[in-house]
Design a protein around this ligand. Structure first.
Ligand SMILES: Cc1ncc(COP(=O)(O)O)c(C=O)c1O
Ligand SMILES: N[C@@H](CCCC[NH3+])C(=O)O
Length: 478
């Protein structure tokens, strides 16, 4: 007997308690909220994106591959620029910094620049990509909890618009580099606001016991501001910053964070007579990886965020009379890049494994895995997938999609219904892999990292090329 019931398998204790159980519906159906906007099936049942079918893409570029719907990425960037921003009109607008850590390459930096967004980078490497793209320096913010002197110098030489300082040592370092260069560094202070974001522990960033920022409750944030003001000849204090975590679905955490940041912002005006011109609420907006996720749209998010910011500003009297309200900025990464991309794999083996008690689990192995998507192993993240190269008339079979690595935790999709006739040579597509997949990819087992292909108007082009074994051997100087 084969178990088709996800619940039955988990009830037997295999695979641990599930977060999300797929339902055995039509295996050919695509849930629109999970896929880039141009994705559909053609009359032959093949998935198409940007007018191009995935069988042709796989034939030309091979698998595994990340496939980006360029128009989808740009549309999401524009939605933050326009729809999210509109409710902020009375507050002087909002600056949207795309968080490059989600995914960055030269072409994507160009898209972000073209669409008029700003860019958040968090390393010298990400900054180098922005520089290569000619990204306008003033629209770049540099993050990082341990920036090197070289990275600080690189940022100041390029003339970035803000450096978000994260420690007392760093305040001294930025001041020293700026003084030596004869410039004044624009800085923001990363504040730990003490919010427990409702997300996975590893991606929450504003509770007290973690490495980022200056604690508000402990008085360190206030101390950091005082020290920056002592370095007024080298440091230009722009404002406060907070990022509470990632894959967050409601704005309650942002409300607490805005209240605390704006309270501190007002204290600085009262105590030091300094009206900081900016205030950044970070990123973290969640996306749909499976049918259980229901993210807010940028317009709804913007309305809620503008509302809570206006309320908090009003309560401290900012934005009225002679106290100018700070310009708000945000830093979405996942919400722009994540849904724009799917990973295309080829099935290699299909194996039924007996679990006892009459239960079997089907393992579908693909030509990638934890090296191109570490999120399932790292965060217990849920993904879904579909048979992409054809339509199938077969019934649903519960499957676990796994990679090719030497690790039993090498799981891409924990549970999904694929057609019962799934077989070697079929293509499978996993949506929602545009953020934190290529950017966190490894070469585990000396596996070359897949390419990133941008598709638009019926044409695919390589924007990050596939690594080769020769690339890996070239690093090994023997
Ligand atoms: C400082 C900062 N800003 C922005 C982001 C982007 O977060 P997300 O991709 O969840 O929007 C991160 C990552 O979590 C971050 O650390
Ligand atoms: N890398 C994480 C997000 C946190 C990264 C930025 N602080 C993820 O894949 O969900």
């Amino acid at each position: 007997m084969r178990a088709h019931e996800a619940g039955a398998l988990h009830a037997e204790g295999y695979g641990g308690p599930p977060h999300w159980l797929p339902t055995p519906g039509d295996v050919n159906e695509l849930m629109p909220q999970l896929w880039p906007q141009t994705v559909t099936r053609d009359e032959q049942g093949r998935l198409t994106v940007g007018g191009l079918d995935v069988v042709s893409i796989a034939r030309e570029f091979g698998t595994a591959a990340y496939v980006v719907d360029e128009e989808d990425f740009r549309a999401r960037a524009r939605a933050f620029r326009d729809e999210f921003a509109e409710p902020f009109a009375d507050l002087g607008g909002v600056d949207v910094y795309y968080a490059g850590k989600a995914f960055l390459c030269t072409e994507v930096a160009r898209w972000v620049a073209d669409e008029g967004l700003c860019l958040d980078v968090c390393s010298g490497g990400e900054l180098a990509v922005a520089q290569r793209a000619g990204f306008p320096a003033k629209r770049i913010g540099l993050h990082g909890n341990n920036k090197s002197l070289a990275e600080i110098r690189q940022a100041l030489e390029y003339g970035v618009g803000r450096i978000v300082v994260d420690s007392f040592e760093e305040i001294e370092r930025v001041a020293a580099v700026a003084s030596a260069m004869g410039v004044r560094a624009p800085v923001m202070v990363r504040v730990t606001v003490g919010v427990e974001a409702h997300t996975h522990e590893f991606i929450a960033t504003a509770h007290e016991d973690q490495k980022f920022g200056f604690s508000l409750a402990g008085g360190r944030a206030a101390e950091a501001i005082a020290r920056i003001l002592e370095h007024a000849e080298a440091l230009d204090l722009l404002g406060l910053h907070s990022h509470i975590g990632s894959q967050i679905f409601d704005t309650s955490g942002f409300e607490v964070s805005a209240r605390r940041l704006i309270g501190l912002h007002a204290d600085v005006a009262r105590i030091h007579g300094v009206h900081m011109p900016e205030l950044d609420l970070g990123g973290g907006y969640g996306i749909a990886y499976t049918s259980e996720h229901t993210p807010l749209r940028p317009r709804e998010l913007g309305e809620q965020m503008a509302d809570l910011v206006a309320r908090e500003l009003k309560s401290v009297g900012d934005g009225s009379g002679d106290t100018p309200a700070p310009k708000i900025s945000i830093e979405p990464g996942r919400a722009i890049a994540g849904p724009s991309t799917f990973t295309l794999y080829e099935v290699g083996t299909v194996k039924d494994v007996g679990l006892g008690g009459g239960l079997t689990r089907t393992y579908v192995s693909v030509d990638g895995g934890m090296s191109d998507n570490i999120r399932t192993a790292l965060y217990d993240a849920d993904y879904s997938c579909t048979l992409a190269s054809r339509r199938s008339g077969a019934g649903p079979r519960l499957a676990r999609v796994v990679g090719k690595h030497c690790e039993s935790g090498d799981i891409v999709v924990m549970d999904e219904y694929l057609p019962d006739d799934i077989a070697a040579g079929d293509l499978v597509a996993v949506p929602g892999t545009g953020a934190y997949c290529r950017s966190m990819a490894s070469q585990y087992n000396h596996t070359p990292r897949p390419p990133v292909l941008a598709v638009r108007d019926g044409r695919a082009r390589v924007i990050v090329r596939r690594e080769t074994v020769e690339d890996l051997l070239a690093l090994d100087v023997g």
